[in-house]
Design a protein around this ligand. Structure first.
Ligand SMILES: Nc1ncnc2c1ncn2[C@@H]1O[C@H](COP(=O)(O)OP(=O)(O)O)[C@@H](O)[C@H]1O
Ligand SMILES: [Mg+2]
Length: 287
């Protein structure tokens, strides 16, 4: 039995451009996301990734099609209770950590989400401690968020999402503004939450190396889902990805270039260790 947290059937979305003109941003999206999965979403700027994320979190509703979130129909009229339940289940972390800090002390910032959900005070304290522990920021509990580095601020934003005890967190380019160290730290925390707590992760990114670590990769272009599969399946479409203005992981690219020079490999590679193995094997074969 499949257990889906998100089910989109022919979901379209248009923004009003002027009084009688609309811009189609999502064009008949069909997608089911399984509970507990780690799904990366790739796509050029303007392809509709953030709009799709906002539909998954009920910030927007589809203009056409059927959307089910946590098993509830989310495409028509909904009760406040249904909306609150979805907000409890699906949290979002955005790109710019500075826009997500709302309080002047770290612990208050992390408490903001659960407070809005009406969680009792002593329970909030426990959740804040747990969430700060999860992002390795406990010692900064009493600090001022604006004095932290970008990576640390983003970890606080993630702690705020964790404190809501959601089933799913959508990361909308949450690593984009971080330096490589900050990015690695944040990625490691997300992978751990997925692995150890069964968190469903929807991970929008421009970094192909990050997408390679997901269970599944979706590729969007002009409001449509063009590719959907494991990272190995999706990144085997090197030329198609280039057409969408995207890239492939460095190791995938290296092997692809060597193939053009007539070297023979047995599979699409994603990671440096795999590339080393494949190249040694190919060279052995040539002896
Ligand atoms: N509030 C808005 N009003 C009108 N058009 C919008 C709005 N937000 C986004 N768009 C347009 O919708 C398209 C998709 O945007 P978005 O979902 O943000 O894409 P992505 O996250 O992939 O960059 C873009 O062409 C963008 O200009
Ligand atoms: Mg976006």
């Amino acid at each position: 039995m499949h257990d889906y947290i998100i089910e989109a059937k022919d979901v379209s979305f248009s923004y009003p451009a002027s009084e009688n003109e609309k811009v189609l941003v999502l064009d008949k999206i069909n997608i089911k996301i399984e509970r507990g999965s780690f799904v990366a979403v790739l796509g050029h700027n303007g392809s509709g990734k953030s709009t799709f994320a906002k539909i998954c979190n009920m910030i927007l509703q589809p203009t056409e099609g059927k959307m089910k979130i946590c098993g509830k129909d989310a495409s028509g009229d909904m009760t406040d209770e249904d909306i609150l339940n979805i907000r409890k289940s699906i949290a979002m972390v955005f790109q710019n950590p500075d826009n997500q800090i709302v309080a002047t002390v770290v612990e208050e910032d992390v408490a903001f989400g659960p407070e809005n959900l009406g969680v009792p005070t002593d329970e909030i304290h426990k959740r804040v401690d747990m969430a700060l522990e999860a992002v390795k920021m406990s010692e900064y509990k009493k600090h001022a968020p604006h004095q932290l580095s970008g990576g640390q601020k983003q970890r606080i934003a993630i702690a705020g999402a964790i404190a809501m005890l959601p089933e799913c967190i959508i990361f909308d380019e949450s690593t984009a503004m971080l330096d490589p160290n900050g990015r690695n730290d944040v990625m490691a925390i997300i992978e751990k939450l997925h692995r150890e707590n069964g968190l469903t992760v929807i991970f929008i990114t421009h970094y192909m190396e990050e997408a390679a670590k997901a269970d599944r990769v979706l590729v969007m272009d002009a409001g449509k889902i063009k590719l959907d599969g494991t990272p190995r399946e999706v990144f085997s479409h090197v030329n198609e990805l280039y057409e969408y203005g995207l890239d492939v992981p460095q190791s995938t690219k290296l092997i692809d270039e060597l193939e053009k020079e007539n070297m023979k490999f047995s599979k699409t590679v994603l990671f440096p260790e795999e590339a080393t193995d494949e190249i040694s094997r190919a060279l052995e074969g040539n002896k």
